[in-house]
Design a protein around this ligand. Structure first.
Ligand code: NAI
Length: 468
């Protein structure tokens, strides 16, 4: 097997594998080291992809049970087969991880199975499953080792009674009571899944609002909608301990404001209080790769670490822990190494929560614009006034466009509503091209589609919506 490469990527997640493919396309002799046994990283194996399978299946089940009869489709005996639902999820994951392996072969990327450890700035040793080690040399190295879950002091995740997102993707039984610690992306997506499948879900959030960082108006609406769906929230509440009891698990918490104590009984707990960069065992300090005080690898604008031929991308560096952000960085590094002008526009990274309705955003929130002292105009349009959303009985939510006061340039778009995860791409494109709200308002949008709500919100920036 070849032992010398132009580029060796450590980590085969969306950042690493995309970087490796692009580098190979550009003519670099490239290898990718992955220890999991399958490619695709957290996203494909135990993150974005399996959770989307469960979100889709649970939504269909819930609709068949609760909503079909409202529109004249009578069903009887709709039953959940959890084992089959999980098998369907596992099959999708398997097909997609194999797909990445195929893409490696097609692009002539060498796939090295095992755990990569840096020995020097040009040398990586890989330990395979049997502990055998093989040493590889590379002109350049990319660290793309991703992230892992965090917990709260004193709470041990055992993936049985107390689960991380990984455990919550593979429960054997629908819990009758599920307590979720942390009202962020993972908590709300997994909370939606298990609530639709029949669990009584309570989300405990430390702050006075869910989804920190999200435009506050959208976050409030989101909580209201989830609440209506049956998910309970305990805000401004701190979990102090989780104990096993005879009948299940007890979550002990304290209200931050009043100091009052409360114990919640449940049969499962999901801990979703954030993720941390995964750099364990890489030998970073020995080779001189520096980390910041949050444990993230420090990089410059070209994504170079403190060792100039070692780069880092994705969840191990600063920025949102999102697969598509990692992919963009992977492509940028590959292009920089091939002598091109690789670049990531961090101002235009969309974010989506795949609940029902979906929540999607790109660019600045209103709170960020206030903090930056930028004057702005707002255009909003509710899905209640969008004909397609209305006929589909999915008229909750709204589109909110924030445009710079004088130039009319779009600075941020926030959508809570049906298909917003797909619709946000149009707004990201508009922002990449420096569009004004007027540009969007004058673009013909097909009727009847949900996208007309975007056009109307853009018209509303200039106070001239047609349908509201
Ligand atoms: P998160 O950062 O989104 O949310 C964590 C939440 O836990 C926050 O609201 C925080 O205030 C709260 N929290 C922290 N400590 C707490 C405590 N002691 N008690 C109660 N609440 C506490 O983290 P999450 O949901 O674990 O997701 C991790 C990462 O994965 C995020 O960076 C997210 O972007 C990514 N992700 C993205 C998805 C997507 O793009 N759809 C889906 C799932 C995850």
């Amino acid at each position: 097997m070849e032992k010398n490469f132009d580029l060796l990527v450590i980590g085969g997640g969306p950042g690493g594998y995309v970087c490796a493919i692009r580098a190979a396309q550009l003519g670099l002799k490239t290898a990718c080291v992955e220890s999991r046994g399958t490619l695709g990283g957290t996203c494909l194996n135990v993150g974005c992809i399996p959770s989307k399978s469960l979100l889709n299946s649970s939504e269909l089940y819930h609709k068949a049970k609760k909503n079909f009869s409202d529109i004249g489709i009578e069903t009887t005996g709709v039953k959940l087969n959890l084992e089959k639902l999980m098998a369907n999820k596992n099959k999708s994951v398997q097909v997609l991880t194999k797909g990445v392996e195929y893409l490696f072969k097609k692009n002539k990327v060498t796939y090295i199975k095992g755990k990569g450890v840096l020995l020097s700035k040009n040398n990586v040793v890989v330990y395979d499953e049997e502990g055998k080690k093989i040493s590889y040399n590379s002109k350049n190295i990319v660290i793309a080792t991703g992230s892992t879950y965090t917990s709260i002091p004193g709470i041990n995740i055992d993936e049985k009674d107390i689960a991380s997102s990984t455990g919550a993707l593979s429960l054997k039984k629908v819990p009758s009571k599920l307590v979720i610690i942390g009202g962020g992306y993972i908590g709300l997506e997994m909370g939606s899944v298990w609530s639709r499948l029949g669990s009584e879900v309570t989300v405990i959030e430390f702050l006075d609002h869910i989804t920190p960082g999200m435009d506050r108006e959208i976050s409030k609406e989101f909580q209201k909608i989830l609440n209506k769906q049956g998910i309970k929230f305990k805000l401004e509440t701190k979990v102090v301990s989780v104990e096993k009891s005879k009948n299940g698990t007890q979550v002990n918490c304290i209200n931050n404001k009043t100091g009052s104590k409360e114990t919640l009984d449940c049969d499962k707990v999901l801990v979703s209080v954030g993720r941390k960069p995964y750099t364990e065992g890489l030998n970073l300090s020995k080779v001189g790769v520096k980390k910041d005080n949050k444990g993230r690898i420090e990089v410059n604008k070209k994504l170079q670490t403190s060792v100039s031929n070692i780069y880092a991308i994705g969840d191990v560096i600063k920025g949102p822990m999102l697969a598509h952000k990692a992919e963009e960085e992977g492509i940028a590094v590959a292009e920089i190494l091939a002598g091109q002008a690789g670049h990531v526009n961090y101002d235009v990274i969309p974010g989506v929560i795949y609940t029902s309705p979906e929540v999607a955003s790109v660019g600045n929130t209103e709170e960020q614009l206030k903090e930056k002292k930028i004057k702005y105009k707002i255009g909003k349009f509710p899905f209640l006034a969008n004909s397609r959303a209305k006929v589909n009985n999915e008229a909750e939510g709204f589109v909110k466009i924030l445009a710079e006061e004088n130039s009319d340039r779009v600075l941020g778009v926030h959508i809570i509503g049906p298909h917003s995860g797909d619709m946000i791409a149009e707004m990201a494109l508009a922002m990449e091209f420096g569009a004004s709200a007027e540009d969007i308002a004058r673009t013909c949008h097909a009727h009847p589609t949900h996208t007309e709500a975007i056009k109307e919100a853009a018209l509303a920036v200039d106070k001239r919506p047609i349908h509201f």
